[in-house]
Structures are given as C-alpha cells and as structure tokens.
Design a binder for this molecule. Structure first.
Ligand code: GRF
Length: 189
C-alpha cells in the first residue's frame, strides 16, 4: 500500500515511517507528504528523501480539502496517515478512503481525546488526572475528533516529577516504535 502522510509539525513520526520502510520493516512506502503549513520539518524531511511534498492551505488553494483529495488520487495513494495533523478530516477524504485513514494520538483514548485535546494539552491533562500511565493510541479516523475504532495502544509510565514536556518526549519515542508496526499489520500486505 502506498502511504500519504499528512503532517503539520516537525515530522518525527513521518521520519520513523520513512526509516522503517528503508530498513525493510514496513512494506508500505511513503509516497506523498502534505502539510497545511508552508515550512515545516515534515516537508523538509520529505524533500530530503525525494518524496513529493506539498503545502496545501487556504493561501494555495480555494478549496484545500478538495485539493488534498485530488493529490491523493494523482499519487495513487492507498492509505492516508495523519501524523501531527490537527485539522478535522474532510468527508470527501473519508469517502474516498473508507477505513483507510489512520491517526496517532499521543495519549489514551477515549479518556484523553476530543476537541482541544492535542499535543501539550493531552500530556497536561494526563498529569492533572494523576494517571499512572499514558501512551500513544493509533486509530481509524471518522468525522469526529479521536473517535474512530482503536487499532493499538501501548502504555508509557508517568514518572515522578514529569512535566508535560518530559512526558511528551517519552510518549513520542513510543509513537515512533508503534506507528509503523500498526500500519504494517493492517496495510502491509
Ligand atoms: C505527535 O505527538 C502525534 O501524536 C501528535 O502530534 C505529534 C506530532 O509529532 N498527533 P511529529 O510531527 O511527528 O514529530
């Protein structure tokens, strides 16, 4: 399966997928990267690896979501991977890729998910709740934030003295181990 990665941030999860494919652990190549920001680590990483990389936003297209669906078709994409993509996914994309849009969330779902629960906010909420564990969750995407069927979750301990930053780092390392395995299991053949 050919992957498109939609990423608005630093792209460390994108990098982990590129690396897993290069090692031969992940059969699926990253064949397209799209960011809704003009200059991001994700686009730079893609270009460095010779992967088509597009910035698609309101400044570049009258209908950005429509343009994204077009690009996915043009590049013959089979599976859409959200890796640090903070926007709701357009209904047209979900129709074009039924059960083939996957997201990684940096905390346990459904408890620490939903609108406004992203990045730093997730880790702060986990610490405020006094939870003993956090950890990334990979799920299929539907029209509501963080609500599609869960494919996998791994636990990451919360340790004494954790701040949202230290917890985020530990969870991110677990994301890099988890995401390619789940994609390989579900879409790798
Ligand atoms: C990750 O923590 C991911 O779970 C969240 O956004 C972050 C993206 O990090 N959705 P990166 O851009 O992959 O480094």
């Amino acid at each position: 399966a050919r992957l498109a990665v939609l990423a608005s941030g630093g792209g460390s999860n994108l990098q982990a997928l590129i690396d897993a494919h290069a090692r031969g652990d992940l059969a699926c190549p990253v064949s397209l990267v799209i960011s809704n920001k003009a200059s991001t680590g994700a686009l730079e990483r893609a270009r460095r690896h010779g992967i088509p990389a597009h910035h698609v936003g309101r400044r570049t297209a009258p209908d950005p979501d429509g343009r994204i669906v077009e690009l996915l078709a043009e590049h013959d994409i089979d599976v859409v991977v959200l890796a640090g993509w903070l926007k709701l996914v357009d209904a047209r994309m979900l129709e074009a890729f039924p059960d083939r849009v996957v997201n990684i969330h940096p905390g346990p779902l459904p408890r620490f998910g939903g609108k406004g629960m992203y990045g730093h906010h997730v880790h702060a909420a986990v610490l405020a709740a006094g939870a003993s564990h956090s950890g990334p969750t990979v799920h299929l995407v539907n029209a509501r934030y963080d609500e599609g069927p869960i494919l996998a979750h791994v636990e990451v301990p919360v340790v004494d003295g954790d701040t949202p930053e230290t917890l985020a780092e530990r969870v991110l390392r677990a994301e890099h181990q988890l995401f390619w395995r789940v994609i390989q299991d579900h879409f790798g053949s």
